[in-house]
Design a binder for this molecule. Sequence first.
Ligand code: 3H9
Length: 685
Amino acid sequence: MTNPISTRKHGDVLIVESNNPPVNALSAAVRQGLVEAIEQGEADDGVKALVIACEGQTFFAGADITEFGKPPVMPWLPEVVDRIEACSKPVVAAIHGTALGGGLEVALGCHYRVAVPSAKLGTPEVKLGLLPGAGGTQRLPRVAGVEKALQMCATGNPIGAKEAYESGLVDRLIEGDLVPHAVAYAEEVSDVRPLPRSSERQDRVENVDASVFDDFRKANGRKFRGFDAPDANIRAVKVATEKPYGEGVIEERKLFMELMSGGQAKAQQYFFFAERKAAKIDDIPEDTKPRDIKRVGVIGAGTMGGGISMNFLSAGIPVTIVEMGQDALDRGTGVVRNNYEASATKGRFTASQVEQAMGLLNPTLDFDALADCDLIIEAVYENMDVKKEVFGRLDTIAKPGAILASNTSYLNVDEIASSTSRPQDVVGLHFFSPANIMKLLEVVRGAKTAPDVLLTAMRIGKKIRKVPVVAGVCHGFIGNRMLMPRQVEATKLLLEGASPEQIDKVHVEFGMPMGPFQMADLAGVDIGWHRDPNRIENIRDALCAIERWGQKKGAGFYDYDEARRPNPSPVVQDIIEDFAKKQGVERREISTQEIVERTIYPMVNEGAKILEEGMAQRASDVDVVWVYGYGWPVYRGGPMYWADHGEGLQKIVDGLKRNEERMKPEFSFSKLLLDKAEKGERFTR
Ligand code: 3H9
């Protein structure tokens, strides 16, 4: 094994450099190399100080996650960090890119930290279901202060170098070449004694009011709901304010081991790799080159079109947005501006960034203006005839090689493509609402979609900070297709005796942000409704006929007060009971177990059908869709991971069999699910 750590001397400073692509993860070889380098520097009388730096795109981005779950290889990261801190000569961390997790802990073990202004520092362990376990929860509050440490550890969000500098975490910001400046800094501090050791500091962890922790917990209650790791992080940071360092790290270790052996950490670590795998397309030639996207066109300035445009504008890509009438165009442009300004008030954009983004937007009524766009996304009314007409027209205008995309959420992309003379350039780009916020992007691969079109769609998705997942052409693709059996069964359960709030509660307690009926009310009960108030064939028709269209009308499956709080509705209850009577459905007590078996298990069954038909590349992609598109709790990995590791496939099959008769005729078993359950196999690793 080649040593990823090299050393070289510059005057009396020893530069210790890591070269472990892609992200300088702290693998066993890196850890070993670091310890040896420290010992080398300490033994050499010609060395007065050391600098630890990294080659490539980033400083150490953390422990090597691929080593988790394998037998530990010495030296452990906590020992490495302790060894660095114990060095009798000053050690300076030179940070660029991201100093994350164990990487930040290494930096905290160093006596000084310098960073380029673009660097980011963070403790993302919580996102892997963990806490910084190499002394990080004890050193960070001692150096950066309790509130900053609490924020960083419990949310996992990194901070910029400037903020780190202001908090005391970074000692100097470096403009220009990092390593030479870090060496100069090391020379400056080479004679300073005693060495500033993070673990020895007490000033920032003394006399801290315990209410800080309770207030923080309360303020973040919604965000942390269901997760184990945030609370463990809060507890660990609190320990730093109560106990000396030596005792604190023992507690930290205990909490770390508890988390590491729990199911949530495994699920979250699985998901980390699932997300990265989703970006890979299995079967396109390796030498495929993406097309160049310099200007994007968006057809339709409604909520979706506006939201879609914002993604590109924020990434610095000019957008031509087309509407049929001036009023709709002005309204759409106004909404985009308002959204940006609202984000600016929350500090997400500066006023000049807002102007810069708006300056890239070209609103027009002239369809021909799309002629110079490299990618054109249609976001018009969800109707096949309308879409085909738009694509037919686009075919006559778009330049050769332009990618023609539809934002359809259900419709057949191949049929849409057939209305053009260039089906190879057509792809589905299914954004989720609100399109400027939601991370998921389903990239729908048509039968004739060219490999370079697919690759370009994936790349541009990443560029606009989405998580793109490839889906095949089928009704509802991956996400909405799995939603359908859930909705069908949830509605049947209403007739059989459950209430909307009972069903929603089961889903919320499971960890979803909302249940099926809360979701319907938010999205609009009237979406896809036939618009004939006299044609009442189901509960939804009945609600729509009396304008109970959801939150936007103050009433849907629930009644809403002024603060948009939902309350059970007696009107809805009457409608449900009335329908049950008319349809001769016998009402009975419905258990939580039955709600799970009939609304969540069928989703797994549908996911299995999607895999069986090759509509998703891999089971983990289905999980990525559900976590990023619908808020499936990441601590349960995703529906397919949960089926494998949480619930067990046999249990799911048994539950579905128990309810099969009631779920017919809509329900049918996935052969793949039955096979896997029978053979004791899994969908995910
Ligand atoms: C920790 O440190 C615990 C400690 O407290 C220990 C206590 C004892 N390990 O994301 P990208 C791979 S926990 C192994 O696409 P980007 C990744 O899978 C750790 N592999 O790049 C991918 O591989 P592939 C805390 C890793 O530029 C490739 O690198 N640290 C690791 O968009 C490129 O990744 C974290 O949680 C890793 N730690 O973003 C940081 N990290 O090409 C996790 C990445 O085969 N990492 N890989 O698919 C990140 O957040 C992002 O990767 C980063 C770069 C921002 C660094």
